[in-house]
Design a protein around this ligand. Structure first.
Ligand SMILES: [Zn+2]
Length: 229
């Protein structure tokens, strides 16, 4: 998917150019709070969003807007909100992390194996789009908004996908004889938190490391593509 009349995100030199690109290419609104972030680092985050949307353009319609949260301690997050009878999903980049490329880089280094290898400000946002993928499937597979919220709270989609991916990997020499939790822990420390984070960490790993990403990450990504395709 390319932007109309623009050079795309990578060549954007102003927040307004990025705003125009995200709107015309994906119908995603960039909130004005984004302009408080460091331009190059915010761009890296948006490039991470675009990395996933290039492969799964059907997710673009699920992201209503992207904003900056100057108060959160998280690097970034994905959120589902109930608004006027509908579920609405958005992404936030934090002020401390996306407000300084140096700070986020140093913090990722300090976190060590808590994140997949080669994690960056860019791949962190690919992780967040992984959460959007889970929300989208929960919404799609549910008969009502209430049911979808229940599916999200129980992490049913990620539990199923990560479980199916573990099953696939156990059939390979790498995964033979390993337990699900062992396979998940080897993606990253954070992947062990719960199945939603496991799924999102696999997406982040896939976009940081491609063909050299963890076998579980590649299996999760394959299932996601199939389910959303
Ligand atoms: Zn997450």
């Amino acid at each position: 998917m390319s932007s109309r009349g623009g050079g795309g995100l990578a060549s954007a030199t102003t927040f307004d150019q990025m705003r125009q690109h995200m709107q015309s290419a994906y119908s995603i609104r960039l909130d004005s709070s984004i302009d408080k972030l460091e331009f190059e680092t915010a761009k890296q985050g948006l490039l991470g969003v675009e990395d996933v949307l290039r492969e799964l353009p059907q997710l673009a319609g699920s992201i209503k807007y992207i904003d900056a949260d100057m108060g959160t301690s998280a690097y970034a997050y994905a959120q589902a909100r109930y608004s006027a009878g509908e579920l609405e999903f958005h992404l936030s980049m934090s002020g401390w992390a996306y407000g300084s490329g140096e700070t986020i880089k140093k913090q990722i280094e300090r976190d060590g194996t808590f994140h997949p290898p080669k994690t960056t400000a860019r791949s962190m946002m690919a992780h967040e789009v992984g959460h959007i993928a889970e929300y989208t499937l929960a919404d799609r597979e549910s008969a009502s908004v209430g049911a979808a919220i229940g599916v999200m709270k129980k992490r049913r989609v990620s539990t199923n996908i990560v479980g199916a991916a573990c099953k696939q990997v156990k059939k390979t020499p790498y995964g033979k004889g390993k337990k699900n939790n062992e396979l998940i822990e080897s993606v990253s420390g954070y992947a062990s938190k719960n199945r939603s984070e496991a799924l999102a960490e696999c997406v982040g790993d896939y976009f940081s490391n491609g063909k050299s990403s963890n076998p579980l990450s590649q299996a999760v990504w394959g299932i996601l593509k199939e389910k959303l395709g």
